[in-house]
Write a protein that binds this ligand. Structure first.
Ligand code: ACM
Length: 668
């Protein structure tokens, strides 16, 4: 059962909506031809490899077999007949390289599947497609017969994780690497230092971690372990040490690096700090030479990120010594000084055979052309860098910490907006993109629920053909992939229930769950405006448990939209009525739970509003069904309520207002 949905690049696309058990691929492969029959997956399932001299492929086959076991509950016995044959034409690189051939084909027939790849890394990608293709069938688990041809659109498909602002343990990084591999991402950009934490052991400069990390840092052995873990999965690791701004955590151990002599402590607040490195002292470069050379040896990737964003020039402008240096060296103000600094750092990286990567702000006419520009400011900034001959990455539009809906991220294209006007030669410099998980408002307990499943949607944007833009198909597949991703080990769904239970002190949390399913957590902006956070404030409230996007509310919005077009007493009306009835009754159950509970007290108005929405929804449903006119004062009053409810309360949005608003607009 198939229906053609996408652009000319695709032949046919199987969708989960077309048949209950059709595979939900994410990223969507370039080309899928569905054939008849299916390959049964049973206890005799075995993967065989041939020509794959790359030991990563057999290791991945072992892991995939374990994953199939988790996914199907089958006691895999290791049969003697190969059911999935993996054939590599060549070994490929040992360490994943930018632009290497990641393509593969997968032919699934009723007796056997064959995965062919030019190199080991393509086999790794194809194995993930195979495991996504396993579905429950009438006779047990199976893979529908089909032929897939697949290759990535962009060679650089990344996730940036900020381990500085909140500590992210090694095992968390590793399980996220498994999830990244599952959606064919190939770069972990690891933000390892910032004002609030220096997270890496340096043997040359031990006070960096000793005094800059509260004891939470990665040892060099752990760094090597993560790099190897990523390599096994065909993922490159790019470290970022953000300089010369965002550097306060360097200064408790080495205050001489700072522009203003002082005694420094680790930053505890969020934002752009005044303290920045001193680019005028030769000793700064001696230090950076030692430190960056030490780090360069730990990270085999040829690319190395030096940050360079949000440098506050205040201390440079206020220092007579630094302003004199700027004048003596004919530099164009603080920007010129940062460009001078970047050139010096670039020479250090050159010596270590590393290519520099930096955020938008490093772009300057004097910057070596090889420097890769990562744009957090937008497609226009990225296009500008490409026109100036720099290769670039898009991160604007992929800020996971803003907690925007998946559809928003899906709509952003590395070659969209002004970048669509680039010549073919300039456009070819855009290597892809990276999603960013900044960690002001996440910790090890919550970060995965803010990365996944939306990261999978961005991974599709980076991998699949540009014409892959069907939002309904994306949401259908994301819902499935969100659940299957947990089988890779990532814990983005695992903490939700326990965090809600914690808010009630262990009392039955059902009314709180109803409220949480109707709410959406707010991101960086609204949380910053709440004005109460530092790195020492626990992230243990309702907003931290609530999801960025409510699946329940989305389903209700779709049902409401269908219902107003065809207002009959069908499935949609029944679904809406059931939910509205639950909401209407929920506040009476919630309020006793909230007595003498500081965590729940802030939610009392929210809960009251949910019941208001439930009652309004029921009245609207009945009126639209019965073709009755509602009194003008009811409509006026609720229109005002919708405006009010669109604003955050307790740092969440009561998303439940949206389906009710669909009915209200129709009733008007
Ligand atoms: C950034 O968001 N300052 C890179």
């Amino acid at each position: 059962m198939v229906r053609p949905v996408l652009g000319a690049a695709l032949v046919l696309t199987a969708l989960p909506t077309a048949r209950a058990a059709a595979p939900a691929f994410m990223p969507l492969p370039v080309k899928i031809e569905v054939r008849t029959g299916s390959l049964p997956i049973d206890s005799s399932f075995t993967i065989g490899t041939s020509g794959c001299a790359d030991p990563r492929v057999s290791a991945a086959a072992g892991r995939i077999t374990q994953r199939i076991l988790r996914q199907t509950g089958l006691p895999l016995m290791g049969g003697t007949v190969v059911k999935l044959a993996v054939e590599c034409a060549a070994r490929g690189n040992d360490y994943p390289a930018l632009g290497e051939d990641e393509s593969y084909t997968l032919d699934v027939a009723p007796d056997r599947a064959v995965l062919r790849a030019p190199a080991g890394v393509g086999a790794l990608r194809g194995l993930e497609t195979f495991v996504q293709a396993i579905v429950p069938g009438a006779a047990g688990f199976e893979v529908p017969a089909m032929r897939i041809e697949d290759r990535p659109r962009f060679p650089w498909r990344g996730l940036m994780i900020d381990s500085s602002r909140h500590w992210m343990p090694v095992e968390l990084i590793e399980r996220n690497l498994d999830a990244m591999a599952a959606v064919k991402l190939n770069v972990l950009h690891w933000h390892l230092s910032d004002d609030q934490g220096f997270r890496v052991e340096s043997k040359r400069f031990p006070r960096l971690a000793e005094l800059g990390s509260d004891g939470f840092y990665y040892t060099q052995d752990q760094l090597r372990e993560v790099v190897e873990y990523a390599r096994q999965r065909g993922i490159r690791v790019i470290p970022e040490f953000d300089i010369p701004g965002h550097t306060q955590s360097w200064f408790p151990g080495y205050p001489e690096l700072a522009s203003t002599p002082a005694q420094y402590t680790i930053g505890r607040t969020w934002g752009i700090y005044y303290p920045v490195m001193d680019p005028t002292r030769e000793e700064t470069y001696t230090f950076l030479d030692g430190f960056l050379s030490e780090m360069a040896a730990l990270f085999p990737d040829p690319y190395f990120h030096i940050g360079g964003d949000e440098v506050n020039p205040k201390e440079w402008n206020e220092s007579a010594r630094i302003t004199a240096f700027i004048k003596d060296h004919n530099l164009a103000g603080p920007e010129g000084l940062q460009a001078y600094f970047n050139q010096r750092v670039s020479k250090i990286l050159d010596k270590n055979r590393k290519i520099m990567v930096g955020w938008d702000e490093v772009l300057h006419p004097d910057l070596p052309q090889a420097t890769v520009i990562q744009s957090w400011r937008g497609n226009a900034a990225l296009a500008d860098a490409a026109r100036k001959g720099h290769r670039g990455l898009l991160s604007w539009g992929y800020y996971l910490d803003h907690l925007r809906p998946a559809s928003y991220h899906y709509s952003v294209d590395p070659l969209g907006g002004p970048a669509a006007q680039l010549s073919a030669a300039d456009a070819a410099r855009i290597l892809g993109g990276e999603a960013c998980m900044w960690a002001e408002y996440v910790n090890a307990e919550t970060v995965e629920s803010r990365i996944w499943p939306r990261m999978a949607v961005i991974a599709e944007r980076f991998w699949s053909p540009q014409e892959t833009v069907d939002v309904a198909s994306m949401y259908d597949r994301m819902a499935v992939v969100s659940r299957t991703l947990e089988w890779t080990g990532v814990r983005h769904r695992a903490n939700y229930g326990p965090m809600l239970d914690r808010l009630t002190g262990g009392r039955p949390a059902e009314p709180l769950r109803v409220l949480a399913a109707a709410s959406e957590a707010q991101g960086l902006g609204p949380r910053a405006r709440a004005g109460k956070y530092t790195s020492l404030v626990p992230l243990n409230r309702f907003v931290d448990a609530a999801r960025p996007e409510s699946e329940t509310v989305r389903a209700l919005e779709l049902a409401a939209a269908r219902f107003v077009k065809n207002p009959v007493a069908g499935e949609d009306a029944a679904f809406l009525r059931e939910q509205f009835t639950q909401w209407a009754a929920n506040d009476a159950r919630f309020q006793p739970l909230a007595e003498n509970n500081a965590f729940l007290a802030e939610l009392k108005p929210l809960s009251n509003d949910l019941s208001l929405l439930g009652r309004a929804g029921l009245r609207l449903l009945a009126a639209i069904e019965g073709k009755q006119k509602l009194p003008a004062d009811f409509l006026d009053r609720h229109k005002k309520e919708m405006t009010r409810l669109a604003r955050p309360q307790a740092e969440v949005i009561l998303a439940a207002f949206r389906p009710v608003k669909v009915l209200l607009d129709a009733a008007e």
